[in-house]
Ligand binder design. Structure first.
Ligand code: UD1
Length: 364
């Protein structure tokens, strides 16, 4: 039996096509949700909209410091593995649930497969970078989404036979649900016209936990919003920091976090996206929507080399000038990275099925 793990919002769209493909092929499997994200808008809505089966086990760990959250996931997940030992654990992405469950499995001698392996920002101040590096070094099957993944892994001494370039599972979800998302016309109830608004998301601690940076962001968004209406679905972490900052954000339109279809529909008809999210850099590349990344680096270089992504930095001037340049130019002509074709999860399961055959043969 194969155990797949999800925990936080960006895991759901990566793991949904993998779980659905396993169930389509009749492979015995179990889905564990750590509960790192627990609000309906951050979790349940994604299960419903992505057609993902309900979790077989919900660990309910909730929020906490990094050590506290990671440790509680490990203790709870260890019990799951002891009660129903899986032959393989699949984790995705770079959140605390990813590392916690990979580490738990590895210590119990259970092989680990990592979906979205090998991405590197080379910025160890990002908690996600620590999670990526450590998960990759204890995983047995490394499933990469873009060419930089294998290059980074080989440079870190990981054996080539463990690395499999499968493409981007999150883009499988995007391709499956895009038409339905656009049919919803989510811009209507926000009073917007398609192609005539910008979409903003910001939630990284490095941006929102520092009041000076948050203030730079506020200034930049208010300035850009004078040229283009901006809608900003606010992550709970960001909402708390905004309340502490206690400044006005209008004319930027702040809304609560959105579900998958609503957000995808808004993104697909946006003129421009401003974000510090990793996944959204990839989704805008797949959609051909100009994207300014509000960070100093990216672990997803293919989105800059081939796609629509531009690194804008985190200063007010940097954000405003990147946004206005993208508005003026309409952005570079988009290219779709290799294997972002909607069939990545099939390749993931092909790799896992071959691995199962080999391990069954070596046991005989
Ligand atoms: C986590 C991931 C980050 C990912 C992001 C997407 C880690 C280290 N970080 O960051 O990589 O990009 O998810 O959203 O795993 N909260 C709620 N409701 C929820 C979940 C969280 O209100 O359902 C609030 C809590 O105050 C919590 C805070 O958000 O303390 C942060 O949540 P946490 O899971 O620690 O990290 P994120 O910032 O969401």
């Amino acid at each position: 039996m194969i155990c797949s793990v999800v925990g936080a919002r960006p895991n759901f769209m990566k793991m949904a096509p993998v779980v659905i493909e396993m169930r389509r092929r009749g492979m015995p499997n179990m889905l564990v949700h750590t509960g790192q994200h627990y609000d309906a808008a951050m979790s349940a809505v994604f299960f419903d909209e992505l057609g993902m089966p309900q979790p077989d086990v919900f660990l309910g760990v909730g929020s906490g410091s990094h050590a506290d959250q990671t440790a509680r996931i490990m203790v709870a997940f260890e019990q799951v593995c002891l009660d129903r030992p899986p032959e393989l654990v699949i984790v995705a992405g770079d959140v605390n649930s990813t590392l916690a469950c990979a580490l738990t499995a590895a210590k119990l001698g259970i092989p680990v497969a990592h979906v979205e392996a090998g991405l590197r920002s080379f910025d160890r101040s990002m908690p996600e970078e620590i999670n990526r590096v450590l998960t990759d070094h204890i995983a047995d099957i490394l499933l990469t989404s873009e060419p930089s993944g294998a290059v980074n892994l080989r440079q870190e001494g990981i054996a080539g036979e463990k690395i499999h370039f499968v493409g981007n599972c999150m883009i499988d979800s995007l391709r499956s649900h895009l038409a339905r998302a656009q049919e919803r016309k989510p811009w209507v109830h926000l009073g917007l016209e398609p192609g005539c608004y910008g979409l903003v998301t910001v939630h990284r601690p490095s941006m929102v936990d520092d009041p000076a940076k948050l203030e730079q962001l506020r200034g930049a968004l208010c300035e850009v919003a004078r040229s283009l209406p901006l809608v900003f679905p606010v992550h709970p972490r960001t909402r708390k920091r905004m309340e502490a900052l206690d400044r006005r954000w209008d004319p930027v339109k702040l809304v609560d976090p959105l579900g998958y279809l609503e957000f995808l529909g808004l993104m697909a008809d946006a003129r421009l996206v401003l974000t510090d999210s990793g996944g959204i850099q990839e989704e805008t590349t797949a959609l051909g929507i100009p994207c300014a990344t509000l960070r100093d680096n990216t672990e997803r270089p293919v989105t800059v080399e081939l796609g629509t992504n531009r690194i804008a930095g985190t200063t007010r001037e940097g954000i405003v000038s990147a946004a206005l340049a993208l508005l003026a130019s309409g952005g570079p002509p988009p290219g779709i990275p290799e294997l972002w074709d909607g069939r990545a999860a099939q390749r993931v399961i092909d790799v896992i099925a071959r691995w199962q055959d080999l391990s069954n043969r070596s046991e005989q």
